[in-house]
Structure formats: C-alpha cells, structure tokens
Ligand binder design. Sequence first.
Ligand SMILES: [Mn+2]
Length: 481
Amino acid sequence: MPARSFALAALLVVLGLSWQAAVAQDDQPTVPVASETTAEPAAPVAPAHPDAAERRERRDRAVRALGDNGLLLVLAEGRASGFTGKRRSDEFRYLSPFVARDAALLVYLDGDSVQHRIYLTPRNPAFERWNGPTVGPGEETAAQYEFEEARALQALPRDVADLLADRRSLHVSATSPADGADRLDALLAKVQPLLTEGLALERLDRRGAPAIAEGGSGPAPEMIRSVRSASAAITSLRAVKSASEIEHVRRAVEATVTGINDALRTARPGLAEYQIQSLVELRCQLDGCHEQAFDSIIGSGPNSCILHYSANDRIMQDGDIVVMDVGGEFDGYAADVTRTFPVSGKFTDEQARVYDAVLAAQEAALAAVRPGVTLRDVHAAAKAVLVEAELNQYFLHGTSHSVGLNVHDPFGRQRKLEVGSILTVEPGAYIAEQALGVRIEDTVVVTEDGCTILSAGAPKTREAIEALMAEDAPIEIAPPR
Ligand SMILES: [Mn+2]
C-alpha cells in the first residue's frame, strides 16, 4: 500500500507539470513551477474535471424539471450494500462530478439561470495525513467542478432557510437511508428556526400528501414551505442514458464478458465456485473496473436455484449446472450479465431441454425490446415462451430491470423504453428438486428499431458454450482439495 501511495503522488506531480507545460504553450500567463519559488509549491490549478460539464447539465435539467421556483437539495451519504447496489447515494452520484462523504448539492433557479452550489467539509491536514487528500470548499473546487460556489457544509442550513424566504418548496433527494434520509431530518431541524418568522416547513410524502396530519390551526397556506421528494424528476432523467453513460456501461459489460469467457474456458469439476468468481473479478479489474457492481453469483448444482446466492463456497461437481451472474463496474456504471453452463463442459439432455427453453424465452424478450414498450411487455414476451414450455412455474422473477449507476437503476413501472434506455433481459427457470437452474441475461441498450446487445461477446447457444469450454484455460487453477 505505501508503494502504491507513492506511485500516485508521483503521478500527480507528473500530471501537474505537464498541465503547466500545456499552459505555457498556449501563451497564457505561466504558472511558476515549484523550483522557481522558495516557499510552498504553488497549488496546481487543476483543469476542469472531465465529468463536471455533464453533471452540471444534469443538475440544470433536474432543477428545471421541478418548476415551482425549483430549489433542489441532494445529500450524499454512506454506503448501503446488497443486491440493490452498494452505492453512495446514487442521486448524489448522478448529479455530482465526485463523491464525498457528508456533502450536499444545492441547485436553484435564479430568474432564468441555474445556480449550482456544493457544500463540503473543510479540509483537515491531520485527517488528510492519515486518509489522503480530500476535496474541500473554496474557489478552486468550484472552478474545477463547475459550481458557482463550493461552500462549507456548516453554511447549508442558513442558506436553505434564506432561499426558502421566497420559494414555496424545497425538493429533496433523500428518500432512502442510502440517500441520506437520516441526515435530512437533522438538517431540516436546523433549518426551521432559521426561517423568516412565521414560515413553517411541511414534509410531504412521495405522492405529495402531508406526511404528518395537520391540526386545525396550522400556519396560513402562504406561510408553508413544502419539503417534497425530487426523486421522480431525477429518476425520469436517469431512465435515458447519455452517450457517455452508454459508453461507461459498454466498458463495464465488455470487461465482464471477458471474465465470463475466461471462466467458461477454465471451469471444470473439482474447482470451487469462488475460484471462478476470482477469475471473473480479476478480468473485470484488469479491464478497468475498479470494483464489481454487485456480489458475484457463481451457483453450481443446487445453488443454481438460489436467486441471490453469493457464498460461492461449493466445490463444483461433475454433472452440475452453474448459473454465473456477474457484473463489473466501470467508473461508477454497472454491467449485469448471466451465463449458465454445465461444469463438465457438456449439457445433459434434461439440462439442454430447460436451457433451450430459457434461451428461446430470452430471444423472444430481446425481440420485444424497442422504444415505446414497457418492461412489463418485455416480461410478457419471455413468459409466453416459458408457459408454452411448461416451465413458467419455475420462472420466479421479472425479466428486466434498468441498469446504470446502480445495477438495479430506478425505472418507472409504466414508463416506456426510449432510445438510450439500458436494461437487462434475463428470463430463468429454477427447478429446485432437480438442482437445475438456468438464467440467461444480457445487458442491452435500446435503439430506434430494437436494441443492441452489449454482452453479445459471451456465447449463448449450447454449441457455442460447449465449444468455448473445450478451449484451453487461460490460467492454471488447481482444485482446492
Ligand atoms: Mn440482473
């Protein structure tokens, strides 16, 4: 770890110097290099962060979608974990170019223009000595990340109270613990006494009804400041991906496919599920994924029927079928791909029968994906095939979910797919009494006349899977016992 920190520091120095060189070339005032000064080295003025402009545009659209003198507050919070993603508040990540603990975004309409502020914990040299540099409030941060202001977190309650003097609503993104619900309560308790005299906060639930029943003699309507959820507006934006988001997911899927294909070449009876997991995750990381988007599922034999199996501690046996549901995460964006294979390299007749039915269902569902249909329509297409194959009773979950910053990205139940929506298509059948589970899952992006299968590089027909499994393993792995 120390060696790594040193390498990072060296890299930062190199980047700083090359940026200064670029400035000099452009005939702009030259920033003094460290060797010309005897005092502290000049703080490098960082160029704008590559994600800053797109995040700013998202905030613009979010706040304009709110109407009503749009005032949007987004809190960052700690981590939740599990299958719904292990995220620092996704809505914060969607709208902020960097992740910070104990941070907030405050975005508001000011006449025709949108003001963007970020609130951060002031930097602390003692903390940074142990934990590394943090991003603090100040003009440099504001410039680098495209905010009008980067202020100290302490100023947030006062600023919210001031902005509420002439705005009727505060729209908040903090509807789950991961999105900072606890911190929102604490913040609002600080805001209330700072409001202009006579004004009162009123929490509304997700449907816009008062969360707490009003007494007979509450404040006059014009004195009420409503606290509403902004999630519907943000979710709506997240349902259609930008070109850069699609590219991020594509990178994550590509790394995942490489891992799956290497796993297929490597799997054999006697190896442990976790050895296959390790190989997939190694490939993801080598291909640029910092972490996995969710806990890898390598379920062999009976575990193939456990939908969220993640212990991955069984030794794979001859005759087992294996459900491998994995996804790398590239710069915050998830992949989600499942392939099912026989650990011996050859499907049995019964495995083949179920496998082919699930594959037919998946192909029918893929054919149904296009702009204008709902996730329910896609599910119906898969279901019809499995009903016909008399396997519907073993189909235990939905066919599709949205994918993005979260492996289970939010997506309205009634919402229609649009060009740029990203979703999974993943029917399955799980016959527990036969220890025979099959799931086939692709991550796809909706196009004008259908979809592009981002995970098409991983084989799906029985023939293609068996052929790949017959290839040499890319890495020697010995059975653990
Ligand atoms: Mn999935």
